[in-house]
Ligand binder design. Structure first.
Ligand code: 2P0
Length: 351
């Protein structure tokens, strides 16, 4: 049963793809061309908190992100938020909603804010509407709000299965290893820019599928990499895992570059970081770290706890190029909070 006039709050975190998703075979259902694999980050370092309330007092739906009211008619918002309207219809609830969401990292700069935003939103809505959906079902709803969000429904290492059905019923996220399987694996995030990304992922993916015929062969190689990365992870073979991670990031950015017009998300600091990591690996005589970049210039350096200080030191050497570093372990996925509501019920407004 839905609980009207009660605030439900969830906290979750972004995920970083080790093997990437770039391109849709169905835009409305958000079905990818290849499977992808990610790490859900620990929510003590990077997190999104989302509160939702359904109330008959709300004559219109409202959304606030980082305190700013968003226009629900804005196409980018509309394309994502319809999943909450669908959940509300499915639950047979006749009431408006108010959502307030807050990130502790820069949004829309390739740090996957939409993934944690959507994952926490559907988690909170599931509780508020009393929908009783499983995590697998929630991942399929989250997917339709934002592809990568389906992976943030789970903790640890998560695969988003490509699926083959037209209705998307076999394209869902699944936890492959929990966060305790190989807890030494961490992500060092090096922020090289807080600017809003130039090309939104959604538009960029469409452009790639429409203009770069290489995307088909990239999808096939990414699919194989997912399988290999799972084996490497299972065997805790960091050397092999790192090769797969760097190859996949480079291949995705090459694909973007070959799109017309060319899409380039990396900046000069991103390239310097790539070189620094390759140099560290050469000096060590084995892979001790792997760089990976999403749709933005911020680096994610996947490594093991024992090499953290060495990598942070190398990043410090790049004076002025890196604005901030954060070290994130693996998280356990979104959870419902008892307190920490972002909504002032009396005013029906964000706090
Ligand atoms: C990923 N990215 O696998 C890839 C790598 C960015 C580069 O998923 O259109 O916000 O909402 O499905 O999920 C970012 O794209 O795109 C993304 P939509 P999304 O993490």
């Amino acid at each position: 049963m839905a609980a009207l006039d009660k605030v439900f709050t969830a906290r979750g975190s972004p995920n970083i793809a080790l093997i990437k998703y770039w391109g849709k075979r169905d835009e409305k259902l958000v079905l990818p061309w290849n499977s992808s694999l990610s790490i859900t980050l620990a929510d003590d370092v990077v997190n999104t908190t989302t509160s939702i309330v359904f109330s008959k007092k709300l004559t219109e739906d409202r959304l606030f992100i980082d305190g700013k009211r968003e226009d629900l008619k804005n196409k980018d918002i509309e394309e994502r938020l319809w999943i909450i309207e669908k959940m509300r219809n499915d639950a047979d609830v006749d009431a408006g909603f108010l959502v307030a969401s807050k990130n502790n990292f820069p949004a829309s700069s390739g740090m996957a804010s939409s993934a944690s935003g959507i994952a926490t939103l559907v988690t909170a809505a599931n509780a508020a509407l009393g929908s009783g959906l499983s995590k697998k079902e929630l991942s399929m709803i989250a997917r339709q709000g934002s592809g990568s969000a389906c992976r943030s429904i789970f903790g640890g290492i998560v695969e988003w299965h490509v699926g083959s059905r037209k209705d998307g019923s076999d394209s869902y996220a699944e936890q492959m290893f929990d966060e305790k399987y190989w807890p030494e694996i961490i992500d060092i995030i090096a922020i090289t820019s807080s600017e809003k990304k130039k090309v939104p992922s959604r538009a960029g993916m469409r452009q790639t599928v429409e203009t770069n015929p290489l995307f088909q062969s990239r999808a096939a190689s990414a699919e194989k990499r997912v399988e290999k990365a799972i084996i490497a992870y299972k065997e805790r073979d960091f050397g092999a895992l790192a090769e797969l991670i760097m190859a996949d990031s480079n291949e995705m950015h090459a694909l973007m570059m070959g799109t017309r017009p060319s899409i380039r998300y990396l900046n000069s600091a991103s390239y310097e970081i790539m070189e620094a990591i390759e140099e560290l690996n050469r000096e060590a005589g084995e892979n001790i770290a792997a760089y990976t970049f999403d749709a933005g210039p911020n680096a994610h350096i996947i490594t093991q706890e024992e090499f953290k200080d060495e990598i942070l030191w190398a990043l410090k050497e790049m004076k002025g190029k890196i604005m901030e570093t954060r070290v994130a372990g693996q998280g356990s996925g979104p959870s419902l909070l008892r307190g920490d509501s972002l909504i002032d019920l009396a005013r029906m407004a964000p706090k």
